[in-house]
Design a protein around this ligand. Structure first.
Ligand SMILES: [Fe+2]
Ligand SMILES: [Fe+2]
Length: 172
């Protein structure tokens, strides 16, 4: 049974661990940085959702990191045969749109929205990493795509824009 406070479920702390690994070293390095930034952001707010310090600078740092994180995966997908509007990339876009909206609402006076968003990200990230990102890592490995050099030995094996689904169980 999950823990609750005032009938709201408490999202547990998220730390980098083996179950989050996808098997691609560069992807995992980016994910570890994301998890660490998110943990620092969540450490700023207490159980009442109020922040002890202004969370905006760290939130903006997390957003900038997330933009690069998602652009990196989107680039690898397009290079290995996915359409630009495949479901994994669309999920990235949806998250980024939400992050932009969160900053707007925070600046308009919703003082707890960054904390609530940070909790939502901690709940979202493990299932994303373990489904869409892990599926992408397997696909890249099957083509021997090197995420450090962003190249592969046999580019002729790729049919450009031939895949719109991500292949994960969450993709229907
Ligand atoms: Fe990712
Ligand atoms: Fe992703």
């Amino acid at each position: 049974m999950s823990q609750t406070v005032n009938d709201f479920p408490v999202v547990p702390d998220l730390h980098w661990c083996a179950s989050l690994q996808t098997g691609d070293a560069r992807m995992d390095q980016t994910h570890e940085e994301f998890v660490d930034l998110l943990a620092r952001l969540r450490a700023l707010h207490g159980s009442d959702g109020q922040h002890g310090a202004d969370p905006l600078p760290l939130f903006r740092q997390l957003v900038a990191h997330t933009i690069e994180h998602f652009e990196q995966e989107d680039r690898w997908m397009v290079a290995t045969g996915f359409s630009a509007d495949n479901c994994h990339s669309l999920q990235h876009k949806s998250i980024l749109d939400t992050l932009q909206a969160v900053e707007t609402h925070y600046l308009q006076g919703d003082s707890t929205i960054i904390g609530r968003m940070a909790d939502a990200l901690a709940e979202w990230f493990p299932q994303h990493a373990q489904s869409m990102d892990a599926g992408l890592a397997l696909h890249l490995k099957s083509l021997a795509f090197d995420t450090r050099t962003e190249s592969m030995p046999d580019p002729e094996r790729v049919r450009p824009a031939s895949m719109s689904g991500c292949g994960s169980v969450s993709c229907s």
